[in-house]
Design a protein around this ligand. Structure first.
Ligand code: GDP
Ligand code: MG
Length: 162
């Protein structure tokens, strides 16, 4: 194992969809209900010569906690356990205050953060990535978990961060 990667982001941005793509199997349950990932949170991925473990932090849930507490715990687990963090946002919904909250927690961690703008399902939507430069986490990567676009770019960025 070359490293551990955690996927973080607010509910419904597509974390589990991307996680499934990276592990190459449908082992995490994806639902339209925000934040539902019950089946599995750990997976293994290989890319080029590297092998790493992936944690879908969206599947780690606290009962009856306010959103910010829940997400803070998920991000803390990601920061403690991971060598690199994939922060997923949605180009379809655009930048939200919750994204900004998570970005601040990640910035304090000092861990490498890969910013994946999901739901960029076609070329015409590509301009939706630019507003995410405002998060101060570097170059956003356009991704479509559903269509399998940009996953290779995210995997490249992950192994470069190890
Ligand atoms: P999570 O809560 O962050 O784990 O998000 P999920 O992976 O469960 O996805 C939430 C919803 O977004 C589901 O309805 C997915 O089908 C949808 N979704 C995920 N990735 C994409 C994508 O690349 N494009 C579009 N249009 N929808 C997506
Ligand atoms: Mg999920």
């Amino acid at each position: 194992i070359n490293g551990i990667v955690a996927i973080v982001g607010r509910p419904n941005v597509g974390k589990s969809t991307i996680f499934n793509r990276m592990i190459g199997e449908r082992k995490s349950i994806v639902e339209d209900t925000p934040g539902v990932t019950r089946d599995r949170i750990y997976g293994k991925a290989e890319w080029l010569t590297k092998e790493f473990r992936i944690i879908d932090t969206g599947g780690i849930q606290l009962a009856d906690q306010p959103f910010q507490e829940e997400i803070k715990m998920q991000v803390e687990i990601a920061i403690d356990e991971a060598d690199a963090i994939v922060f997923v946002v949605s180009g379809k919904e655009g930048l939200t205050p919750d994204d900004e909250y998570i970005a601040r927690l990640l910035q304090r961690s000092g861990k490498p953060v890969i910013l994946a703008v999901n739901k960029v399902d076609n070329q015409q939507l590509n301009d939706s990535i630019y507003e995410f430069y405002a998060l101060g986490l570097g170059d956003p990567i356009a991704v479509s978990g559903v269509h399998g676009i940009g996953i290779g770019d995210v995997l490249d960025a992950i192994i470069q961060s190890f």
